[in-house]
Design a protein around this ligand. Structure first.
Ligand code: CFM
Length: 532
């Protein structure tokens, strides 16, 4: 049980206004209250060490960047490109006869004269070189802060280049300052995908065809999901965007169901798909065997075919049988421990079940940049007031595409299924947390340290910015963003990898040596003074 004074003491050090502010972003789950609310997606207090990223990180780094056969040009100073180069483990392999530029970093390397006289010329030159050297399927341009400040017209450059080279060139005005976190960049990327990318290519698809939205193939997660889906007999029309290909995404409007993994980064597209093309979306979770089984059963029920339902059950039985023994073995090594989860905008929720399945209790879940609906569920969306920051990103209005809209389910069946599964629905993190557990928005470095000391979890599910502080405090940190160098963690086989890594991390004797030996027992003894 959480000590009631803990949060008071935590907040006590803040000056009055900041204390009031932070208080609204921290809560303890209490199911005796009818509805609990939290503040989220607002500006971080200046001076506080936040873990958030910028809009450019969310657009180029998260949503657009993983498309492997495109060249992603960063228009800006080299630092923005360098720090985004290979730091997110969204893996990719070239499709047969296709291309893969994931390991490259392309930048216009803006210098002082470009800031003074404009950088459009340099951008044009970069596109020319990229086309001539690599012959990509398409090009993206991502704007960084100075580009917006000096007013380079990246859209005009993109249009001109598109005409000249005959390939799509998409310009993203995702300057870092466009929002309060990387979340703004997700939205910017989603809008452009819908207005300029999706729906541009026709293709025949099978009946059981899906798009996987908000799955970025971190550590190979999407490949484990592909393996299971293919075994059952699904066709994956496109994945957005892990190991994703430009051409596949162009034909995404043909699929018969959208699966939404990361609600935060891609819910905008999911809704627009439904409106424009009539594709329903289902909230799924591929993390942890229990969640995976539920997801597969919901998918089979959606398509309503006896053979598919049967095949799904066969695959589930086969996969569970294979992981039962190793999972039980690792569970024994993990049981009775606690976890502290701090990830971006969805994983602190998605990983809850998997931790529980190996006997570890999450005592705290925190997000960097989630919105209220990721905490409280989508029903809160109509109540969320728009701030000036939200208005930086125009809401894209889509309407029915008369030529391509197809009703996938009758209205009656849709309503019936909605009662049985999360169709166009997301309940949020709070619903799945147990009473007495802590939930925090925009957790900062100071709060992380205090809470780690107080809660003493066996494992801290972290990111790179916070990992080593915790480890120096003697707390095993597992990066839930990049999985350190491991993975996949999704699906059935991924759960075993995860259990193996967590049990090894918790049980290593390293943590006993966290205090340097010479701090306990001095190796050299000497005396001060002039004794002869
Ligand atoms: Fe979605 Fe992500 Fe996440 Fe995210 Fe991210 Fe990520 Fe993340 Mo790091 S898209 S919100 S912006 S699940 S990079 S793959 S791990 S913070 S919790």
């Amino acid at each position: 049980m959480i000590d009631k004074n803990l949060l008071d003491n935590l907040l006590d050090v803040y000056p009055g206004k900041s204390m009031k502010n932070r208080k609204e972003h921290i809560m303890i789950k209490d199911s005796s209250q009818e509805k609990q609310h939290i503040k989220a997606n607002t500006r971080t207090i200046p001076g506080i060490m936040t873990n958030r990223g910028c809009a450019y990180a969310g657009c180029k780094g998260v949503v657009v960047g993983p498309i492997k056969d495109m060249i992603h040009i960063v228009h800006g100073p080299i630092g923005c490109s360098y720090y985004a180069w290979g730091t997110r483990r969204n893996k990719a392999r070239a499709d047969k006869g296709g291309k893969n530029f994931i390991n490259y970093s392309f930048s216009t390397d803006m210098q002082d004269p470009d800031i003074v006289f404009g950088g459009e010329k340099k951008l044009k030159q970069a596109i020319k070189e990229a086309v001539e050297t690599f012959d990509p399927e398409a090009i993206s341009i991502s704007a960084t802060c100075p580009v917006g400040l000096i007013g380079d017209d990246i859209n005009a450059v993109a249009k001109e280049a598109q005409k000249e080279y005959g390939i799509p060139v998409l310009a993203f005005s995702c300057e870092g300052y466009k929002g309060v976190s990387q979340s703004a960049g997700h939205h910017i990327a989603n809008n452009k995908f819908m207005s300029e990318l999706i729906g541009n290519r026709e293709r025949e698809v099978k009946k059981y065809s899906v798009n996987i939205l908000g799955e970025y193939n971190i550590g190979g997660d999407a490949w484990e999901i592909d393996r299971i889906f293919e075994k059952i007999g699904y066709e994956i029309v496109s994945t957005m965007t892990g190991d994703g290909s430009f051409k596949d995404i162009q034909a995404a409007h043909e699929a018969n169901l959208n699966l939404v993994m990361c609600h935060r980064s891609i819910n905008y597209i999911a809704e627009m798909f439904e409106e424009k093309y009539g594709i329903p979306w289902l909230k799924v979770n591929f993390i942890g065997p229990k969640a995976m089984v539920k997801t597969l059963r919901n998918m089979a029920k959606y398509f309503d075919d006896e053979e598919l339902i049967q095949r799904t059950e066969e695959v589930i039985a086969e996969e569970l049988a294979e992981i039962e023994e190793p999972l039980a073995r690792y569970r024994k090594l993990c049981e009775g421990n606690t976890a502290f989860l701090f990830v971006g905008g969805s994983r602190a929720h998605h990983y809850q079940n998997l931790f529980k399945e190996i006997g570890i209790e999450p005592v705290l879940a925190a997000y960097e940049f989630a919105h209220r609906d990721d905490f409280e569920g989508r029903e809160i969306i109509p109540e969320i007031e728009k701030t000036a920051d939200d208005r930086n990103i125009p809401d894209l209005e889509v309407s029915k595409d008369e030529a391509r809209y197809r009703l996938r389910l009758s209205k009656e069946r849709y309503e019936r299924l909605k009662e049985e599964m999360p169709l166009a629905e997301y309940e949020g993190l709070i619903a799945d947390m147990e009473d007495g557990k802590i939930i925090i928005d925009d957790l900062n470095h100071y709060e992380t340290e205090v809470l780690l000391k107080a809660l003493k979890p066996a494992v801290f599910g972290s990111g790179i910015k916070d990992k080593y502080v915790a480890q120096k405090m003697g707390v095993f940190s597992k990066q839930l963003h990049s999985y350190d160098y491991s993975g996949p963690y999704a699906g059935f086989k991924g759960a075993v990898n995860f259990a193996r890594d967590i049990s090894a991390g918790i049980n290593t004797p390293t943590w006993n040596y966290i205090t340097a030996p010479w701090k306990n027992e001095p190796e050299i003894e000497a005396e001060l003074g002039g004794a002869s």
